[in-house]
Write a protein that binds this ligand. Structure first.
Ligand code: 13P
Length: 250
C-alpha cells in the first residue's frame, strides 16, 4: 500500500511572514491527515516555515535545486543548502521551469541525481501540453520525460522518488484532466517504471496528479487506483482549501 502524498506548490507566492501565518493556520486543520503532507515554499521562506512547522507532521519542500554542490552559480541553491535550511523534499522540472527558465529533460535528470545524493526527496514533474495530447503523443512523452529524469538512479532510489503527472493544459487554468485521463496516464508512467526497474519499484513509487486539483475534484481523482496524491498550486495558498484537499477522505 502506498501512502498518498499531498504537496502544496506555493510557486512565487508569500514571503516569510505570510508563510509562517499560513502554516500556523494549516497545522491544526491537517493534524489527523492520513496522507503525507508537504508544503513546497519559496526558498526565502524555508527558515521561517521550518520554525512554524515545529510540532507538526507537515513536511517542508523547496521548488528547485541546482545540480552542483557549490560554486560560481549565481542565484542557485544546492541540495546541501536546502537541507540545512530544513527542506526534505524538492520539486524538480515543473512545467513553469521548463517553459520560462529553459529547463530540459537533461537538466531535470542532473537535478534529480543531485537531490537524491543530497538527501532530498525529489517530486519530479512530467506532463504534456495540449497540442501534444491532441496529437496523441501523451504516453510517449511522459514515458520519455520520466525515464530520462530517473536515469542513473538505482531501483531503490527510484522507489523513493515521487512523480507528479501535471498536464500543462490543466495548470492554473481551472481545467482538470478527467479522473480517468489522469489515472490512465499515471498508469502509463507506472508501467514505464515497471518495464525498466521491475514491479517492486513500480509498486512503491508514488505518482501524483497535479493541475487545478481542488476541494471539489480531489475525491474523484483520489478514488482512482493509480493516483497517489496531488501537487496543488492555487488551492494550497489558503488553509481552508488545502486542508480540504488533504482531508479528502473525511
Ligand atoms: P494549479 O493547482 O494552480 O493548477 O497548479 C498546479 C501546479 O502546477 C502544481 O505544481
Amino acid at each position: 500500500m502506498r501512502v498518498p502524498v499531498i504537496a502544496g506548490n506555493w510557486k512565487m507566492n508569500k514571503g516569510p511572514k505570510e508563510a509562517a501565518a499560513l502554516i500556523n493556520e494549516l497545522k491544526p486543520l491537517v493534524k489527523d491527515a492520513e496522507a503525507t503532507v508537504v508544503v513546497c515554499v519559496p526558498a526565502v521562506d524555508l527558515h521561517a516555515a521550518k520554525q512554524a512547522l515545529r510540532g507538526s507532521k507537515i513536511k517542508l519542500g523547496a521548488q528547485n535545486v541546482h545540480y552542483k554542490e557549490s560554486g560560481a552559480y549565481t542565484g542557485e541553491l544546492s541540495a546541501g543548502m536546502l537541507r540545512e535550511a530544513g527542506a526534505e523534499y524538492v520539486i524538480i522540472g515543473h512545467s513553469e521551469r521548463r517553459q520560462y527558465f529553459g529547463e530540459t529533460d537533461e537538466t531535470v535528470n542532473l537535478r534529480v541525481k543531485a537531490a537524491v545524493q543530497g538527501g532530498l526527496i525529489p517530486i519530479i514533474c512530467v506532463g504534456e501540453k495540449r497540442e501534444q495530447r491532441e496529437a496523441g503523443y501523451t504516453d510517449t512523452l511522459v514515458t520519455y520525460q520520466t525515464l530520462i529524469a530517473l536515469t542513473g538512479l538505482t531501483g531503490d532510489e527510484v522507489s523513493k522518488t515521487i512523480i507528479a503527472y501535471e498536464p500543462v493544459w490543466a495548470i492554473g487554468t481551472g481545467l482538470t484532466a478527467t479522473d480517468e485521463q489522469a489515472n490512465e496516464t499515471i498508469a502509463v508512467i507506472r508501467e514505464a517504471i515497471r518495464a525498466k526497474y521491475g514491479k517492486r519499484v513500480s509498486n512503491k513509487v508514488r505518482i501524483q496528479y497535479g493541475g487545478s486539483m481542488n476541494p471539489k475534484n480531489v475525491k474523484g481523482l483520489m478514488a482512482q487506483p493509480e493516483i497517489d496524491g496531488g501537487l496543488i498550486g492555487v488551492a494550497s495558498l489558503k488553509a481552508a482549501d488545502f486542508s480540504q484537499v488533504v482531508n479528502y477522505s473525511k
